[in-house]
Design a protein around this ligand. Structure first.
Ligand code: C2E
Ligand code: CA
Ligand code: CA
Ligand code: CA
Length: 278
């Protein structure tokens, strides 16, 4: 409170300079991070609610920097998106995920696990994604049915004509497309009719409070009912408590993901989990 307005301004401005500097530095560091082996993939298991069997995983990127430490994707993905670096890193993640998944043993009931890869809005520009996906599948031999792509609701809803054409091309490669962070984009359930997706992932912000916030519970219930009416799979993410899992499975939510079920694990641990028949 002792600080005058003018000093305040100078303080903020210096703080802002600092933030910009850090960002530029981070961007420079991120540029060679893949080649230096600092970026690695972890896998968060996704379970069928019906019998709680692991049926697939979501790929999540981690950046282990030698001096900056572990930088979470919530920080560096945004830098990668704004700088355009995601257009270089994204395809590498996709290819690496396919290479890994094709080596996984099948589960006891003979089914291959799916691998779900996040695709940034920027990767949808230019229209190269379907060809990239086809290349990755061909080069690695991963069956298309085992690859899922997670597109954010906002990226897809932005331009529906474009989205419909893109989704159509993606579907022709045989992969499945899920809308990520569903419910946060204000697009409303009616858009599900226009965009041909295979599934929606209920955003973790709705799951977090669903056991005590009647609005969140009502919304989640409505998403599940609506999606099922349209023949779309529903995945819930961010499940941290048993009560959330129970509420979701009572409502027919198909798939479940969250710390209560499993935190993200390494590729080696994925194989161990499949082999132990979980
Ligand atoms: P997302 O796609 O919504 O991924 C789910 C995030 O929630 C992950 O954080 C995951 O670790 C976290 N999570 C999982 N279970 C729980 C839970 O029970 N409670 C809570 N509170 N969180 C949980 P993470 O790994 O930090 O990733 C953050 C975001 O970074 C992702 O959000 C995704 O948007 C982005 N991201 C991560 N990897 C990639 C990637 O390879 N490519 C792109 N384009 N984006 C990525
Ligand atoms: Ca995701
Ligand atoms: Ca999400
Ligand atoms: Ca709420």
């Amino acid at each position: 409170a002792k600080v005058a307005g003018k000093n305040c301004y100078r303080y903020y401005s210096r703080a802002m300079d600092h933030a910009v500097e850090r960002r530029v530095h981070m961007e420079q560091e991120l540029r060679g991070a893949w080649e230096r082996g600092e970026l690695r993939l972890v896998y968060q298991p996704i379970f069928r609610t019906r019998d709680r069997r692991m049926v697939g995983v979501e790929v999540l990127l981690r950046w282990q920097h030698p001096t900056l430490g572990t930088i979470p994707p919530s920080v560096f993905i945004e830098v990668a998106e704004q700088s355009g670096l995601i257009e270089v890193i994204g395809p590498k993640v996709l290819r690496a995920a396919c290479m890994e998944a094709v080596q996984w043993p099948h589960s006891v009931d003979g089914e291959g696990m799916f691998v779900s890869v996040n695709v940034s809005p920027r990767q949808l520009r230019g229209g190269e994604l379907p060809a990239l996906v086809a290349d990755c599948l061909r080069d690695t031999g991963l069956p298309a049915s085992r690859l899922h792509l997670e597109l954010t609701e906002t990226a897809v809803i932005g331009d529906e004509m474009l989205a419909a054409a893109l989704l159509d091309k993606l579907h022709r490669t045989g992969v499945k497309v899920w809308l990520d962070d569903f419910g946060t984009g204000f697009s409303g359930l009616s858009h599900l009719r226009q965009v041909p997706v295979d599934g929606v992932k209920i955003d973790k912000s709705f799951v977090a409070d669903m056991q005590r916030d009647p609005d969140d519970l009502a919304l989640t219930t409505a998403i599940i009912a609506m999606a099922h009416a349209l023949g779309i799979t529903v995945v819930a993410e961010g499940i941290e408590q048993e009560v959330q899992f129970d509420l979701l499975s009572q409502r027919g939510c198909d798939l479940a993901q969250g710390y209560w079920l499993s935190v993200p694990i390494t590729a080696t641990e994925v194989v161990e989990m499949i082999e132990s028949g979980r």
